[in-house]
Design a protein around this ligand. Structure first.
Ligand code: MEV
Length: 329
């Protein structure tokens, strides 16, 4: 028997970083799948395979590395072992042997939720395999708790978006609302190719919030007003209003120091080519940007972002979060 969890990736449309301090964020799932397969194995070890990265590592039940395909394998795959250990403890299952395989089309460390998708997928596949399926709320809680162990103060927006799916407004650990979208915004995603650590940039904004509280409060309240207006525009199908709001949101992200020259070059190229608006998405400092365009300018904006040095990430809005299946091997 195999359990297979298929997770979407995520894009934050508005409110990243400010969501960590208690603002709301608007995020949606896109059809870049991460597929996690869990199987029992004959040994009492946990074997983790990343098919996309061609890495493999095996850990004993108490977390010692017993085998690895190369030097990078342990650091890349240990977080997945931690998800397995945490999940087994959560459902009160004693350790036995498993093979966990991850196959992902999400670029790692680029702001599209690759680590959240792997965590949500691993929790879902393993609990399904062990006949202890969790509710979506429990999957979210488990993946969020794990993320808190990895980087100090995450908001949980990535884990919530990927677990529940669709277009959501998220605040303070809960999905405030799920939006019924008839016409998703026409988004173009450009990847700078520069990998960065979300934790580092979250730390930077946290420092600002703690040391220059008045200045931060003012910026955060502007960011909240933008998210509120964007929510209203999305609910009423006024996608053209999203562009100027994205530009405003980007200005605030620049003010708190999480943008980068590479992101700004792509954003400027998108705007000059006629995008309605553009901003970074996710942790910033590199990673991805998004632009919103009209049908008539979509191609021109896409080409301009690419000509400015980005890899385009073709993807569409997806209404579903993680889905889990059981299959006879
Ligand atoms: C990362 O995708 C979003 C951030 O707001 C961090 C978080 O919410 O935990 C930058």
């Amino acid at each position: 028997m195999k359990a297979i969890a298929v997770c979407p990736a995520k894009v934050i449309l508005f409110g990243e970083h400010f969501v960590v301090g208690g603002n709301s964020a608007l995020a949606m799932t896109i059809d870049l799948p991460t597929v996690v397969t869990a199987e029992r194995s004959q040994t009492d070890h946990v074997r983790i395979k990343s098919e996309s990265l061609r890495l493999e590592a095996t850990f004993s039940a108490d977390g010692n590395l017993t085998e690895s395909s190369d030097l990078k394998a342990e650091s890349t795959l240990r977080p997945i072992f931690e998800v397995v250990a945490f999940t087994l403890k959560k459902i009160g299952h004693s350790t036995e042997g498993f093979t966990i395989s991850v196959k992902s089309s999400v670029p790692i460390g680029m702001g599209l939720g690759s680590s959240a998708a792997t965590a949500v997928g691993t929790v879902s596949a393993l609990t399904a395999l062990l006949n202890s399926p969790l509710s979506k709320e429990e999957v979210f809680e488990a993946a969020y708790s794990l993320e808190k162990m990895v980087h100090g103060h995450p908001s949980g927006v990535d884990q919530a978006t990927i677990t529940f799916g669709g277009m959501i407004s998220y605040r303070n650990g809960t999905v405030e609302s799920t939006l019924e979208i008839s016409k998703p915004p026409l988004l173009i995603i450009g990847n700078t190719g520069q990998r960065r650590s979300t934790g580092e940039f979250v730390g930077k904004v946290t420092k600002l919030r703690e040391t220059r509280a008045d200045e931060y409060r003012k910026i955060a309240s502007e960011a909240q007003a933008i998210s509120d207006k964007a929510l209203d525009a999305l609910r009423n199908g006024r996608n053209e209003s999203l562009g100027p709001l994205m530009n405003e949101n980007q200005r605030l992200l620049e003010l708190v120091g999480v943008s980068s020259p590479e992101l700004e070059r792509l954003i400027a190229a998108a705007r000059s080519a006629g995008a309605l608006g553009a901003k970074l998405t996710g942790g910033g400092g590199g990673g991805c940007m998004i632009a919103v365009a009209e049908t008539a300018t979509y191609e021109k904006v896409s080409q301009a972002i690419q000509a400015a040095g980005a890899n385009l990430i073709p993807s569409n809005f997806l209404r579903f979060g993680v889905e889990t299946y059981l299959r006879e091997s």
